[in-house]
Design a protein around this ligand. Structure first.
Ligand code: CP
Ligand code: NVA
Length: 329
């Protein structure tokens, strides 16, 4: 086992570390830890905006390197992790894709090499199992899921922070996800249900959550939160606090794009659907395919909080990094 790099203690509150070594899924956190990450993120956001001198997080990752390994394209996740790590006093390395994730040598060997040089690895990949393999091979690393086919937990942190900013206490409120029951929908539902928020999911036949995922989501619900599935988008959005959609075709499924455009057409979020929702905010993780899953009028309309979500990727990931990696020796 390599010697861990020494870390400077955090300058001030918050001081609680997470029990988990890795962040591969929202459910790696307890509901209370999820709340701590969001509180820390909100504090770091406030202090960044106020340009507070000697910010509490500024040396949280001092002396630590974090590797970014991305097998799929990214704007938001890559930029915000790079900035987050640097603002917390750490340093970033970005090994090229052709050497990073098991093409040139087994994934476990990549992990065991990196373990000798860096403290954390942020990975965007295909199957979630690749993240699990990576983490198992190098248990002293902190592995963070920057999107897999199945989950996008860092997006969910930013989404929940954004919802809290716009709605206040999330308990008893409802978010409707309209479209594909995909990675973004899964992570959002995990986090929302953990915080006591009801989740509506409207999908075409065959694009719902898998039964095992649905069972896990229901088991993780707290404070009376419920998950309800719908076939029609209009039924799902009536009276909710937030309407969320994502691309109909996720990265890696491009061959299905034409077929999906037909199947998902009735699930477009347009002004008529937002009117059916009433007084709801509109959310999208981005990138969007304008004119497909959402119209320009909705994306750029008064209810849209999509760029708040994008901004909050930075603050949410800083909160996560600080509590995951900032206080451990
Ligand atoms: N929302 C999101 O993860 O964006 P990127 O794919 O650009 O990172
Ligand atoms: N569901 C999308 C999210 C992109 C941020 C995808 O996986 O491509």
């Amino acid at each position: 086992m390599p010697t861990r790099l020494s870390r400077s203690p955090r300058a001030s509150a918050p001081t609680r570390s997470l029990r988990t070594q890795h962040f591969l899924s929202v459910v790696d956190l307890t509901p209370s830890e999820l709340g701590d990450v969001l509180t820390t993120a909100a504090m770091l956001k406030k202090e960044r905006r106020a340009r507070v001198a000697g910010r509490p997080g500024a040396s949280a990752l001092q002396g630590q390197h974090v590797a970014l390994l991305f097998e799929k394209p990214s704007l938001r996740t890559r930029c915000t992790f790079e900035i987050a790590i640097r603002e917390l006093g750490g340093d970033v390395i970005t090994p090229s894709q052709d050497v990073a994730m098991g093409e040139r040598e087994p994934i476990a060997d990549v992990a065991r090499n990196l373990e000798r040089w860096v403290s954390g690895v942020v990975i965007r990949t295909f199957e979630q199992d690749r993240l699990v393999q990576f983490a198992a091979a190098a248990p002293s690393l902190h592995v963070i899921n920057a999107l897999s086919d199945e989950e996008h937990p860092c997006q969910a942190l930013a989404d929940l922070l954004t919802l809290q900013e716009h709605l206040g206490d999330l308990r008893g409120r409802t978010v409707a996800f309209v479209g594909d029951g995909n990675n973004v929908a899964t992570s959002l539902a995990q986090g929302a249900l953990m915080l006591g928020m009801h989740v509506h999911l409207a999908t075409p036949d065959g694009y719902e959550f898998r039964p095992d995922i649905e069972a896990q989501l229901t088991a993780g619900a707290r404070l009376g939160a419920t998950l309800t599935t719908f076939r029609h988008a209009r039924d799902a959005v009536r009276g909710v606090a937030a309407v969320y959609t994502d691309a109909w075709t996720s990265m890696g499924r491009e061959a299905e794009a034409q077929q999906r455009r037909k199947v998902f057409a009735p699930y477009q979020v347009n002004e008529a659907l937002m009117a059916a929702a009433g007084d709801a905010v509109f959310m999208h993780c981005l990138p969007a395919h304008r004119g497909e899953e959402a119209t320009d009028e909705v994306m750029d309309g008064p209810a849209s909080i999509i760029f708040d979500q994008a901004e909050n990727r930075l603050h949410a990931q800083k909160g996560l990094l600080m509590l995951l990696m900032g206080g451990r020796q």
